[in-house]
Design a protein around this ligand. Structure first.
Ligand SMILES: [Zn+2]
Length: 66
């Protein structure tokens, strides 16, 4: 019985076991989907500028003068 010992990591997105192998293109993610989910979360958070953007919203818009 041949035993190949592969490092097993947990997918950061779904916590599924992922074998750390060259053919595992999306490691440490289990799949492209999980990778995109993680990157999407990261991108969404990075787009959020600290502070409340609603503070700069002016209901009395001076640009709309007749
Ligand atoms: Zn996953």
């Amino acid at each position: 019985m041949t035993s190949v010992t592969a490092l097993i990591v947990s997918c950061p997105t779904c916590k599924k076991d992922v074998a750390w192998l060259p053919e595992q293109r999306f490691k440490p993610f289990c799949s492209e989907r999980c990778k995109l989910i993680d990157l999407g979360d990261w991108a969404t958070e990075s787009h959020t500028i600290p502070g409340d953007p609603l503070d700069t919203f002016n209901a009395d818009n001076p640009d709309q003068l007749d």
